[in-house]
Design a protein. Structure first.
Length: 489
């Protein structure tokens, strides 16, 4: 009888203890919500950590509310110094998925396909049993346009809603497959659609969010990794109703940096008298805000799904972009130079099981660091010989604020400049200007060069030494091919 009682006790232990263990060892899920050409100042969570004149560069109170993206930051973490490895689409995206600098992936300029042998975070997770999916713009398979569901999957087992290139404003299902909505001229690569008639069923941001929810519903009972890459708020600055007129009463002022005389600006700004922006088109700015609002509303749909399905605590949600948009700052729109509005990107990460709510990370990171960091955070095997660092300990630490003087670098797609950056300083070397040292704390407008200031001599030397060291280490073509053309003093 004693033996029987002992068996019952032991058997009871077998029944209950593994359940606790399984809960503790449950693999985390991953959702990456990725946008295109997104100015960080349009997000409330970034305005909250900026000085007022930097939060409202287009005039006091000129803002778009983003409560859902802000929720991710408030319940998780926000990186204040996260940069594109190269501030244009293809190179930055290649770095994000691989942990390598653009030259190592082959995709060092737009429209150059990523090398076949590149291993992505998705491939590592797929091998760990994850259901891996990708929706939206890819831009890593050459110049195919739109090219839905590219044959090279790079670890994303379900890529039926992936398209290689283009900023399609509306999508549709045709014979069971995604396609460009409306009339499309393949020869000119133009889409003809009246956005006034487009609803949430077909507008691209909404369409991709809807398909995201369908995939999450399918995969919610297994470990999943999903990345949805929304092509907004990239140009053209058009959006469906009611977002197209939602901000029609906002009057945008010129950013202060638009007042800097062109002759005082460095050549790496990428300007000429013909290309310089001297004013803002109100409708374009208003509709950009409308695109951001539409994105935020759809982020809310995804977060609601997680809440309703008890997936919030064990799902890592990342909100980020490939590069910024100057939106008139420094006489320029779009991207391509090392100014903050061009190269700095939003990066918000929530993981309730491990990341302290409200954490602010003030450490220089780039898209190169994403793959090793996310794999580290998920406890997954790392890819060998990545260029980035695993910063997962910064996210999981007990610190409310992480301040670190790490020096890292990012580079130009046209190989005309390179930039070393810390949480405070930025040094730009180029083939046409003397080095520019920017103190982001004292001069966030980035229009003063402190390089020759004696008080900054040691800082400048340290940054330049480290920049050249890293550029050589990672075989940056700006260094290996064009070093002789760079002005280093």
């Amino acid at each position: 009888m004693k033996s029987l009682k002992l068996f019952v006790v032991l058997f009871s232990g077998v029944v209950f203890f593994p359940k606790v263990s399984n809960a503790q060892n449950q693999k985390p899920n991953l959702i990456i919500i990725h946008t295109d050409e997104h100015n960080f100042r349009t997000l409330g969570c970034y305005r909250d950590i900026l000085a007022e004149d930097q939060a409202f560069v287009w005039g006091k109170g000129i803002k778009v509310d983003t409560p859902n993206i802000d929720r991710l930051a408030n319940e998780g973490s926000i990186c204040n110094n996260f940069y594109a490895s190269s501030p244009v689409c293809t190179p930055s995206r290649a770095s994000l998925v691989s942990g390598k600098y653009p030259i190592a992936t082959g995709s060092y300029r737009n429209d150059i396909p990523m090398k076949e042998e590149v291993i992505t975070f998705a491939e590592m997770l797929r091998k760990q049993g994850y259901a891996t999916s990708y929706l939206g713009k890819w831009h890593l398979n050459g110049d195919g346009k739109p090219e839905f569901s590219p044959k090279r999957q790079f670890g994303f087992s379900d890529n039926r809603y992936m398209f290689n290139r283009g900023h399609w404003k509306a999508l549709d299902m045709k014979e069971g497959n995604p396609d460009v909505y409306g009339k499309y001229n393949a020869k000119t690569e133009q889409q003809f659609v009246d956005l006034k008639t487009i609803t949430a069923e077909n507008y691209t941001t909404d369409f991709l969010a809807t398909k995201t929810l369908e995939i999450l519903e399918r995969d919610k009972n297994k470990p999943f990794c999903l990345m949805v890459s929304i092509p907004d708020p990239h140009t053209p600055n058009t959006v469906r109703p009611p977002y197209d007129t939602m901000y029609k009463d906002l009057k945008f002022e010129k950013p202060k940096t638009m007042l800097t005389p062109l002759e005082q600006m460095p050549s790496w700004a990428g300007l000429s008298e013909e290309r310089a922006v001297s004013g803002l088109v109100q409708g374009e700015m208003q509709r950009y805000f409308g695109m951001v609002k539409c994105i935020d509303d759809n982020v809310g749909r995804i977060l609601d799904f997680l809440d309703k399905n008890n997936l919030t605590k064990n799902t890592i949600v990342v909100f980020t972009s490939d590069h910024g948009d100057l939106m008139g700052e420094h006489h320029k729109h779009n991207k391509g130079n090392p100014y903050e509005a061009s190269a700095k990107i939003p990066f918000v990460l929530r993981y309730p099981n491990k990341v302290k709510a409200g954490k602010v990370i003030r450490k220089a990171l780039t898209t190169v660091d994403f793959t090793p960091t996310i794999l580290g955070l998920m406890g997954a095997p790392q890819i060998k010989n990545t260029d980035g660092i695993d910063a997962s300990a910064d996210f999981t630490s007990a610190k409310k604020e992480v301040i670190d003087d790490r020096i890292t670098y990012f580079t130009s797609a046209n190989q005309s400049w390179m930039t070393a950056v810390t949480q405070r300083y930025k040094l730009v070397v180029s083939d046409k200007d003397k080095p520019w040292l920017i103190d982001l704390e004292k001069n966030p407008n980035e229009n003063i060069n402190f390089y020759t200031d004696p008080a900054y001599k040691k800082t400048a030397e340290k940054l330049q030494t480290e920049l050249l060291k890293q550029a050589k280490q990672y075989n940056d073509p700006a260094f290996s091919i064009h070093k002789k053309n760079f002005i280093l003093q």
